[in-house]
Design a protein around this ligand. Structure first.
Ligand code: A2P
Length: 339
């Protein structure tokens, strides 16, 4: 458990990655009470420094011995590192907020989106899981609708940016785009196909039933975060040639009837949401609008007449911020409020 202090020793594990970079920026922007910031990555990053409040901080090599004296560690260095290092860190009394998939479905680990289930932080035992990026933005939009009209079923299709895969994927999209525009061959190494000027219905590994792990994460994590196993979720997750910002088309079936205007009113006062819904003026959520922001943008709110109580929405959010770094820092903010 975190002890009450005026300032905390905070670590970012995987600081040099796409999400890690953003974690450092979000800690700075939100003026998180940092006594000392420690940054960790692999040997590849030895000698690097990163700026925090205009001062350089050296990147250190991650090892089992580093966690003593650290109060809170934000992990984003992949599931393998989290599986190994998070329990070691928790044993040293350092609370881990883990952005990987390693601990999300462990029944002893809370999976938290502060707008949805902050109460689950009460039972953590040193590790808290940050949900999958596409799930976070979806549950922020679903929660107020669920509270008002009880969601029975969700059909979601995602349009996910390459930054969700990490820095190497962002470089791959950049290089492929430049190569194709220069009439050169596009080389694919991060993804199995060219991502530039393309859409890949394939995020994470395929499972035996034909779904991808990303899709299964959306089914299971939604139930755990919303605390309701009865919500049925089906998904198709698609990687698109966008650098930053995930979009989602969400079809929602509710038990009680709820009109698009009621949904609009509910969401416009809900935490973490910006209703961006004036199609007659070409106003609807876009990844370019959500990029750099912490809110989930919701628009194209309309009735689905093909079922008894159906609503369609279109949402966009910054996957590196609300989908990862901001949500992790918000969890840490909740933890210090509870300390
Ligand atoms: P490094 O930059 O030294 O490789 P991304 O998801 O954007 O690729 O970032 C992954 C992050 O995880 C990076 O900061 C990376 O550090 C870090 N990382 C990867 N492997 C290890 C490891 N074995 N030990 C510590 N950090 C690691």
């Amino acid at each position: 458990m975190l002890k009450k202090k005026s300032k905390y020793v905070v670590a970012v594990v995987g600081a040099t990655g796409a999400v890690g970079n953003e974690m450092v920026a979000v800690l700075e922007e939100r003026n998180f009470p940092v006594e000392k910031l420690r940054l960790f990555a692999s040997e590849r990053s030895e000698g690097k420094t990163m700026n925090f409040h205009d001062k350089p901080v050296a990147v250190e090599i991650l090892s089992e011995k580093v966690f003593k004296g650290i109060d809170i560690a934000l992990f984003s260095a992949g599931a393998e590192r989290s599986l190994h290092y998070a329990p070691i860190s928790a044993k040293e009394g350092c609370v881990v907020v883990d952005n990987s998939s390693a601990w999300r479905m462990d029944p002893a680990v809370p999976l938290v989106v502060p707008e949805v289930n902050p109460h689950d932080l009460k039972w953590h035992k040193g590790i808290i899981a940050n949900p999958n990026c596409s799930t976070i933005q979806m549950v922020v939009a679903l929660k107020p609708i669920h509270d008002a009209a009880k969601i029975k079923r969700v059909v979601v299709t995602t349009f996910q940016s390459v930054s969700g895969t990490g820095k190497k994927a962002m470089d791959e999209l950049l290089h492929q785009t430049a190569d194709i525009l220069n009439f050169k061959e596009a080389k694919a190494s991060v993804y199995p196909h060219q991502i530039a000027f393309n859409c890949l219905p394939h995020i994470d590994k395929f499972m035996e039933d034909g779904y991808t792990k990303e899709e299964i994460k959306m089914f299971n994590e939604t139930k755990k975060i919303m605390g309701d196993n009865s919500i049925r979720v089906t998904a198709t997750t698609v990687r698109v040639p966008v650098f930053r910002g995930h979009s989602e088309s969400i079809n929602i079936e509710t038990e009680k009837n709820i009109s698009p205007n009621e949904v609009r009113a509910l969401l416009s006062t809900a935490p973490g949401i910006i209703v961006f819904d004036a199609p007659e003026k070409n106003i609807y959520p876009l990844p370019t609008i959500a990029a750099g922001r912490d809110e989930v943008y919701v628009g194209r709110i309309r009735k689905d007449d093909t079922v008894e109580n159906g609503i369609n929405i279109w949402i966009a959010a910054d996957n590196l911020r609300k989908g990862a770094a901001t949500n992790a820092v918000q969890i840490a903010e909740e933890l210090i409020k509870m300390a």
